[in-house]
Structure formats: structure tokens, C-alpha cells
Ligand binder design. Structure first.
Ligand SMILES: Nc1ncnc2c1ncn2[C@@H]1O[C@H](COP(=O)(O)OP(=O)(O)OP(=O)(O)O)[C@@H](O)[C@H]1O
Length: 261
């Protein structure tokens, strides 16, 4: 079997990016440089604009103003099929096609791109990459657990060897143990493949654990931009501090309980 060649994640640039819906400023004049190979978490309260920001990067949502560039190229000028091959997208409810085998679900991006050669080998390679047994290839999605389906979602997103992964609450619907183990395995994949990853999560503890940079959104704007260590140090303040206070208090509570045992 071939080993997976390292992809090289692109740098991303957002310039005065906005998406307004009438009076609602879902994303409001955001400018941002994301370095190649970063793992960025977008956190913030419900409705703060995280998903809208993410979806403007793969053109699922069109901005009302501003620009997105990937590896220095304005995405408006990039053919949307090419863009989709370069960007993997994983979201909470996976969206596997229930009437297609796991193998076909994984290969759908290759099929749509007209890539005929080596599809089965690529599926085998991807199953191995996301640590699923090869015999799952012939099963149908309803015959897999939620966690296994989510792994298939990750495999499908990686099929076209994208350098950029966009993930919207990818592990949100899973139990905490599966969630933690999948998140850890994804982080290892991110490093192994040299990806650029942007993840939306409601879970600050997950963001602190996974990302090397955390962006806190509020009312369509980025109100804090910090490393996990900076956030944990308590120097960032504002809403970021309120979000970090929750996992910090939980950790302190658990430590106190374990001392009583
Ligand atoms: N298609 C739409 N039409 C009108 N308003 C929209 C649309 N999509 C999003 N919004 C509004 O834009 C704001 C930001 O929504 P968005 O989904 O980006 O937030 P979010 O931070 O991802 O929220 P959540 O954490 O709940 O998923 C919200 O007020 C939402 O109601």
C-alpha cells in the first residue's frame, strides 16, 4: 500500500470580511492572517458568527464585503470545484449518504472529480488513516456507530488530499470518551499530514487541548486572539476569560475531589 504523501496546509488571509443579513451582522469586518500549518479554534457563544465565518472560507456562504485568500489566491477567482478539492469539510451531522457503501461515501469526492484510477486503494489507505477496519468498506452508514461514522466523515474529507480542513463541531454529537479520543487522533493526523485546520467548537476545553491559536468571537467580531497558554494565564480578559473560567473551575473541582478520596 502507498503511504499518504504529506499535504502542505496553506496560509489563509481574511480581509475586512463581512456577512450581514439585513440588520444582523453575522460576521462584521474581520481581518485575519492564519499561518500555514496552524490549528485554529473558533469559539464563542451561540450566534456569534463562527459557522458563518468558516463557511465563507469554502464559499458555502458568500461575503457581503471583503475577501478570502488561500495560499495567496483570492477564492473568488478560484473555480469552486478546485476549491472544494483543496478544502476538506467536516460537520456535526456528518451527512453520509445512507444508501451508499462506506467505500463509496469516502470516494465520493474522487468520483465527482472524475478520478477513476486507484479509488479502492485510496479508500483502503484512508480507512487505515482514520483507524477503521478494512471490512467496513462494504457496510452501509446506518450499520456504523456515531463515532465510526464521524471517522468516515474525516476520511471522506481527506480523500482529495486537501491541505486545509474546516471542521464545524465535528465531534459535538459524540459521547465524551469517544469525542476525546477522536479529537486526539485528529490532532495527530493534522500534524502527520501537515494540514492547516480551522475548527469551530463550543467546548473551550477541546479548543485549549487541540489548537495552537484560539479566536474568540462575539457579535460577528474576533474579540480575542491568543494561544491556549495566554488564555489560561488569565491575561486575555473579557468574554474569553468567562469561557476559560468554566474548564478551569471544572479542573479545580476535580482536583479537589480527588484529594478527598
Ligand atoms: N442564512 C441566514 N439568514 C439570516 N440570518 C442568519 C443566517 N445564517 C446565520 N444567521 C445569523 O447570523 C448570526 C451568526 O450565526 P452563526 O451560525 O454564524 O453563529 P454561530 O456562532 O456559528 O452559532 P452556533 O454556535 O449556535 O452554531 C446569528 O444571529 C444567525 O441567526
Amino acid at each position: 500500500m502507498h503511504s499518504t504523501p504529506s499535504a502542505s496546509g496553506p496560509a489563509i488571509s481574511l480581509e475586512n470580511l463581512s456577512r450581514h443579513y439585513g440588520a444582523i451582522k453575522a460576521v462584521d469586518n474581520v481581518s485575519l492572517e492564519i499561518a500555514a500549518g496552524s490549528f485554529v479554534a473558533l469559539v464563542g457563544l451561540s450566534g456569534s458568527g463562527k459557522s458563518t465565518l468558516l463557511k465563507m472560507i469554502n464559499r458555502l456562504v458568500d461575503p457581503t464585503a471583503g475577501e478570502v485568500s488561500i495560499a495567496g489566491e483570492n477564492i473568488e477567482a478560484t473555480d469552486s470545484h478546485i476549491l472544494r478539492r483543496r478544502i476538506g469539510y467536516v460537520f456535526q451531522n456528518i451527512g453520509l449518504f445512507p444508501h451508499m457503501t462506506i467505500s463509496r461515501n469516502i470516494a465520493i469526492g474522487l468520483e465527482l472529480a472524475g478520478e477513476k484510477d486507484g479509488r479502492q486503494e485510496r479508500v483502503a489507505e484512508l480507512l487505515e488513516l482514520v483507524e477503521l477496519p478494512q471490512d467496513m468498506a462494504s457496510r452501509m452508514p446506518p450499520q456504523l456507530s456515531g463515532g465510526q461514522q464521524q471517522r468516515v466523515g474525516v476520511a471522506r474529507a481527506l480523500a482529495t488530499r486537501p491541505g486545509l480542513m474546516l471542521m464545524d463541531e465535528p465531534f459535538g454529537a459524540l459521547d465524551p470518551v469517544t469525542r476525546d479520543s477522536l479529537a486526539g487522533q485528529y490532532k495527530a493526523l493534522h500534524e502527520k499530514l501537515g494540514l492547516t485546520t480551522i475548527i469551530v467548537t463550543h467546548d473551550m476545553a477541546e479548543a485549549l487541548y487541540l489548537a495552537d491559536r484560539i479566536l474568540v468571537m462575539e457579535d460577528g467580531q474576533i474579540k480575542a486572539d491568543a494561544t491556549p497558554a495566554e488564555l489560561l494565564s488569565g491575561k486575555v480578559g473579557g468574554e474569553a476569560e468567562a469561557l476559560v473560567a468554566i474548564p478551569r473551575a471544572q479542573a479545580a473541582h476535580l482536583i479537589a475531589l480527588s484529594k478527598k478520596a
